[in-house]
Design a protein around this ligand. Structure first.
Ligand code: SF4
Length: 719
């Protein structure tokens, strides 16, 4: 057995559960990952990604030297260059000087609105704080966003509207204290595997009752007391019908409503029309199941709601989330352990990147950019002249690319994101990327977006740097360097600081803001000076386990659940709701609804997992299709199938499974060979600006074998 030189304690770089890892290192090489049984988040359990998905850092395609494109790219004629021969290796000085020169040239010519940045939910709090600071303080733009826009923006907006805070209210592991928990729009076993273990234990060992509401027959249905197989997009009528029953049967918590909420009367009036019969017509769920679910949730002593992207990724995602929030307010299921509103955040640090200000409408700590006193607070902290910061809300991710034209956004800086896989309607995204004047990319690999870049800045992976992540239930945890970065790759925060100093010098305002940090902890301390929820975060207090925000003072134990006495906005607010259909509904030409999402073995655009040994376990895109639909279309298991929407067409292989419900197919979005987002609809929720990933319409036809994307596109592993 190999003896390690050292075992380094750190946090998993994949999902928002934030499992604690022990990384075994020998000769500066990671060879094994374990987890201790006393790990507070995961009790020694790890899913396949955390246990085996670390080897992407050693992949031969990893970029370890700064690169500049050999052929200068022109707007409208920009091409993708995956091949290293199309790039030339340069020194860090040349790469950073070139990046600063190009961005400053565009800024001085076109102004703040021409500049934009994608921060990254895979990077640390400190990396994200610094990158948004660079763009706000130096380029005076709020065109700062990251992929939370594409996953939970609707949850964030809805929770801000109703409560005044956007994070999970409770700790995921508290589910064992719930009498009832409602799970919707979350394939938890594949997307948050360790939380699914806690949910299963809640049912099996603690007697909790589970209500699953989902258009797919996900694995958690096997643990459910009630399963409501809803049609995609029928969330508002279904959850409002539950509210209707709870009101009619007097199951609401009147004391809580009177003392801690507002706008109940208007809300209750709007629920009148949402009868179970009406909801049945729209959702396809039997009215008696809806009534049973309402009674089960409404009469529980402690009831929690967990949701994920199936709720948020919709043109009415904000209303969907509000329909869940209304249920919790109606029954007083907030402010106690085992209850709450719990949006399960996707990426490892999507909560932290949002907290750190990687958003266009908010400074760090969700301080709105268009509120004068907030702007002044950050001007003072960043040593910026009064009135210097931009007071206008910036563009969101999808809006940034939509504005990629002369007179709009000209320069895009991408840290670790992959819009050419993650944005909806990729054919349109491609045109937008082609239209940009300058693209800088800071990442580990030249992915589908990096291949459009002018300059590539090689970054260290999470196992190669220090910092913190904040997990889905607000726990701030240490990320520790286990091994040195390869070649010339550097931690993101160091790259950002060196770039910022160069930009300052070119703008003629040296030392206008502080960039000479010696360690990420100094960055966290700076953020804490203006963000009350992080004011008490100190690296030495993150041992052995990090506290959950808010952490208002050093040594504060953290906040496992929120709102025991009050809400950030004072009283929580009920919101009346209306049913709005999906942007597209099935018709003769496109008769099936397409839902997209993840599989257990892969992560997002695949930049990490598809360059790891995990790809061997699930190397191809499979379209989940119900046996009835498959038979009607003459499709057998693993047949090649063409999936076509109004926006594009891809070929994948069919997985005939009863996990899909009749009329609804599912395609994972990790595979560039059959990119699901070539099909998805870029229609947006008007409030949260989140796209309709979960309910585009498609037709599926049998394809020829030679239409499959590559010769070796053969399924292996678990099907
Ligand atoms: Fe990592 Fe999430 Fe798996 Fe835990 S559940 S090991 S955090 S991917």
């Amino acid at each position: 057995m190999i003896q390690p030189d050292r075992i380094v304690s750190t946090t998993c770089p994949y999902c928002g559960v934030g499992c604690n890892l022990r990384v075994h290192v020998r000769d500066n090489t990671i060879y094994r990952v374990t987890s201790p049984f006393d790990a507070v988040v995961n009790k020694g359990n790890l899913c396949v990604k955390g246990r085996f998905g670390y080897d992407f850092i050693y992949h031969k395609k990893r970029i370890t030297t700064p690169l500049i494109r050999k052929v200068p790219q022109k707007p409208g004629q920009r091409t993708q260059a995956f091949d290293r021969s199309e790039w030339r290796e340069v020194s860090w000085d040349e790469a950073l000087d070139y990046t600063a020169d190009r961005m400053v040239e565009i800024y001085q010519r076109d102004g703040s609105h021409a500049m934009a940045v994608y921060c990254c939910a895979k990077a640390t709090n400190e990396d994200n704080y610094l990158l948004q600071k660079l763009f706000r303080a130096l380029f005076r733009t709020n065109n700062v966003d990251h992929c939370t826009r594409l996953c939970h923006a609707a949850s964030v907006v809805a929770l801000q509207m109703a409560i005044g805070s956007a994070a999970m209210s409770n700790t995921a592991s508290e589910v064992i204290l719930s009498d009832v928990f409602l799970l919707t729009g979350s394939n938890t076993t594949e997307n948050h595997p360790i939380i699914s273990l806690q949910m299963k234990a809640a049912v099996e060992k603690h007697g909790a009752k589970l209500i699953v509401v989902d258009p797919r027959r996900i694995e958690m249905v096997n643990w459910a007391t009630l399963y409501l197989p809803m049609k995609p997009g029928s969330d508002v009528p279904l959850f409002s019908a539950m509210a209707h029953v709870i009101i009619k049967e007097g199951l609401m918590d009147r004391e809580f409503i009177e003392q801690r909420t507002e706008n109940f009367e208007a809300f209750a009036q709007s629920m009148e029309k949402f009868t179970p019969e009406y909801a049945e017509q729209i959702s396809g769920v039997n009215r008696n199941l809806i009534i049973d679910a309402a009674r089960m949730y409404g009469s529980a002593e402690r009831a929690a709601i967990f949701w994920a992207l199936g709720i948020a990724e919709s043109t009415h995602g904000t209303a969907n989330a509000l329909s869940l929030i209304n249920l919790a307010l109606l029954t007083g299921n907030l402010g106690k352990p085992g209850t709450g509103l719990n949006p399960l955040r996707g990426q490892n640090n999507v909560q932290g990147a949002s907290d750190s200000g990687a958003m266009p409408w908010h400074y760090p700590g969700y301080q709105e950019v268009d509120v004068e006193e907030n702007a002044r607070r950050w001007e003072e902290l960043w040593n910026i002249e009064p009135g210097g910061l931009n007071r206008e809300r910036g563009l969101t991710t999808t809006e940034i690319l939509g504005a990629a034209h002369p007179g709009g956004v000209r320069s895009l800086y991408i840290m670790g994101e992959n819009p050419m896989m993650s944005e909806p309607n990729l054919n349109a995204t491609r045109k937008h990327m082609e239209n940009l004047e300058f693209i800088a990319v800071q990442d580990l690999f030249i992915n589908e977006s990096g291949a459009f870049g002018d300059v590539f800045l090689p970054a260290a992976a999470a196992f190669e740097k220090d910092g913190t992540f904040t997990n889905t239930d607000r726990r701030v945890q240490r990320v520790r360097k286990a091994v040195d970065p390869p070649g010339q790759a550097r931690p993101d925060w160091e790259i950002i600081c060196d770039l910022a100093a160069r930009i300052e010098a070119r703008l003629g305002r040296p030392n206008s803001a502080f960039w000479a940090y010696r360690h990420p902890e100094e960055i966290m301390l700076e953020m804490g000076r203006a963000v009350p929820a992080y004011a008490g975060v100190r690296y030495e207090h993150l041992e052995p386990v990090g506290p959950q925000t808010p952490v208002p003072t050093p040594g504060h134990p953290g906040s496992p659940y929120l709102y025991a006495d009050t809400f950030p906005r004072g009283r929580a607010k009920f919101h009346p709701l209306e049913y709005v259909p999906n942007a597209e509904m099935p018709d003769d030409e496109y008769p099936l609804v397409l839902s997209t999402g993840r599989v257990l073995e892969h992560w997002h655009g695949g930049t990490m997992t598809r360059n790891s040994s995990l790809d061997e376990l699930h190397p191809v895109a499979l379209l989940d299709i119900h046996p009835e639909d498959a038979e009607r279309l003459g499709i057998c298991h693993l047949d090649p199938v063409r999936i076509t929407s109004r926006r594009g067409s891809v070929v994948a292989r069919a997985k005939v499974t009863e996990k899909a419900n009749v009329g609804v197919v599912f395609l994972p979005f990790h595979y560039r060979e059959a990119a699901a987002n070539l099909l998805t609809n870029d229609a947006l929720d008007p409030q949260a600006k989140i796209p309709e990933y979960k309910a585009g319409v498609v037709r599926v036809t049998k394809a020829r074998w030679e239409e499959l994307p590559t010769d070796d596109y053969q399924p292996r592993g678990r099907y």
